[in-house]
Design a protein around this ligand. Structure first.
Ligand code: FAD
Ligand code: NAD
Length: 459
């Protein structure tokens, strides 16, 4: 009730949950002449996550890496309904999804349940905190847009508080000690961006404070960036050390306190290290609604790491639900590259499903056995092609106008690092941005930063 959907009863309805990499790629490629499509997501935009750490230090403006979902859907042959809401329950048996408006302003109706024929489940993952005390409420994350804005504000707050008259040297050192937790690509890129901010802007904006700024990168495993080749890991660590970023491997964060972080060192001793800000990049975990869905399908869904799907992205144990991106546990890493290809594949797959469904309807309406058998033969010839992933390489920015890249080349890996790789990184990301509007905004922000520096006003 109260929700008018662009509904054509002769067509099947696809409900898409999410507006991130997987869902946006799906929406971009789907031919919706065959379907009613409804998109449900708490964010009414797509966020280009690879450039999020650049927003956290003001290199890019937040809006430059957002694209409203309606930009994508408005060019489609039939109207797509976009609903800003959070899915709270999926009922795979009755094929319904319940969602709620959890935003600050709500109308009289803020929760509803709708039926789907097909569900594209692409709600991504959330930040894994392992239940470590203080992480959820005291550390900054780097996952959503608000996280980057929050980090920028708190980082600048640390600087301004350190500049307050009469602050002791010890307190200035504490306030200006930034601890980044997690040596995956997110933690590496955040550390690199903070260091660039320091070298390129803060030294001139805050000359009396800049020499007190320290960055520590804490990683529990023996090495950072396990997905990169050995020489690129070594290159990154030596570049970080050269630029005075402390890399503490084999060191585990045990607690985040208001003014310090508790570390378990490689020799198992415990140290409490004073700091002004902790940025947590400890990896992904599944959202509650995904875990609930796994419980409902417990006979077929046995991996705690994510939803298990077949070669056609269909959820094991639930016909009609297709899962893509970080919600899944497959042999691929949870990356934008994978989610993007899965979304595009699924859109093509739905074209075939539409053909098959039309034939099934014809078969059911057939009046003679002969006709039914003919249609049946055509149905069995409908080829469903499985998903095939093409790896295009792994890239990361490591600061000081340098990047690292592992690129597949004629069945081998080509590892490259340095400034040329950074130029490649920039051009790859600019071309991966979905719209000309975003490309123009990001390029303009890079120019602005080059000519005028990063903005240090705090909001
Ligand atoms: P997401 O893109 O996270 O999208 C999930 C969507 O679901 C969002 O729109 C969200 O609002 C919505 N949603 C959430 N909860 C609900 C709900 N209950 N109901 C409905 N909708 C919901 N990967 C790379 O390949 N290269 C990179 O350079 C790279 N850089 C990254 C940098 C950062 C800082 C981060 C955090 C990640 C990076 N990644 C990168 C990983 C990449 O962002 C993810 O793998 C990718 O976003 C996964 O896509 P997805 O569609 O599964 O989820
Ligand atoms: P991740 O899972 O890759 O890394 C998290 C790291 O945090 C792990 O190495 C883990 O050992 C460490 N950690 C966890 N708890 C800890 C603790 N208590 N103390 C110290 N260390 C701790 O997470 P990510 O970097 O956010 O990446 C998530 C996904 O997104 C990955 O698949 C990654 O490939 C992808 N991604 C890719 C890029 C890129 O390609 N440039 C950038 C960002 C993210």
């Amino acid at each position: 009730p109260g929700t008018q959907l662009p509904y054509d009863p002769s067509k099947k309805t696809i409900v898409v949950l999410g507006s991130g990499w997987g869902a946006t790629s799906f929406l971009r490629h789907i031919d919706n002449t065959d379907y009613n499509i409804v998109v449900v997501s708490p964010t009414n935009y797509f966020l280009f996550t690879p450039l999020l750490p650049s927003v956290a230090v003001g290199t890019l403006s937040p809006r430059s890496i957002l694209q409203p979902t309606r930009y994508e859907t408005r060019h489609k042959p039939r109207q797509i309904k976009v609903i800003e809401a959070t899915a709270t329950n999926v009922d795979p048996k009755n094929k319904t999804v319940t969602f709620s408006d959890l935003s600050p302003i709500r109308g009289q109706i803020s929760e509803t349940t709708i039926a789907y024929d097909y569900l594209v489940y692409a709600i991504g993952a959330e930040v894994q905190t392992f239940g470590i005390p203080g992480v959820q409420d005291k550390a900054c994350f780097m996952k959503e847009l608000k996280d980057a804005e929050n980090m920028q504000s708190r980082f600048l707050d640390c600087l301004e508080s350190a500049g307050f008259p009469g602050q002791s040297e010890e307190e200035i050192d504490r306030l200006l000690h930034m601890v980044v937790v997690g040596g995956g690509p997110t933690g590496i890129e955040v550390s690199a961006e903070i260091r660039d901010f320091l070298e390129e802007d803060l030294r001139s904006w805050y000359p009396e404070l800049a020499q007190h700024i320290r960055i520590s990168l804490v990683e529990a495993m023996p090495s950072v960036l396990p997905m990169f080749s050995k020489q690129l890991i070594e290159y990154t660590v030596s570049s970080f050390r050269k630029h005075k970023i402390d890399v503490l491997t084999g060191t585990m964060v045990k607690e985040v306190k208001d003014k310090s972080v508790v570390l378990q060192m490689p020799d198992k001793s415990i140290q409490e290290v004073p700091c002004g800000l902790v940025i947590w990049a400890g990896g992904n975990k599944q959202r509650d609604v995904t875990r609930d869905l796994m419980v409902k399908l417990k006979d077929d869904q046995k991996s705690p790491r994510g939803l298990q799907i077949d070669d056609f992205m269909e959820l094991k144990g639930a016909s009609g639900i297709y899962a893509i991106g970080d919600v899944t546990h497959t042999s691929y890493a949870p990356t934008a590259q994978v989610a993007n290809q899965e979304g595009a594949y699924l859109a093509r797959h739905f074209k075939t499903i539409a053909k098959r469904d039309a034939l099934l309807a014809q078969r059911d309406a057939a009046t003679s056995n002969e006709e039914r058998e003919k249609i049946h033969a055509r149905i069995s010839k409908t080829k469903m092609r499985p998903f095939h992933y093409t790896h295009q390489g792994t890239l990361a920015y490591i600061g000081s106008d340098e990047a690292i890249a592992d690129l597949p080349f004629m069945n081998n890996n080509y590892a490259s690092a340095g400034t040329a790789t950074y130029l490649f990184w920039r051009s790859a990301y600019i071309s991966n941005l979905f719209t000309l509007r975003n490309r123009t905004l990001v390029a303009a922000d890079w120019m602005r930063t080059m000519f005028f520096g990063r903005d240090v006003s705090r909001n």
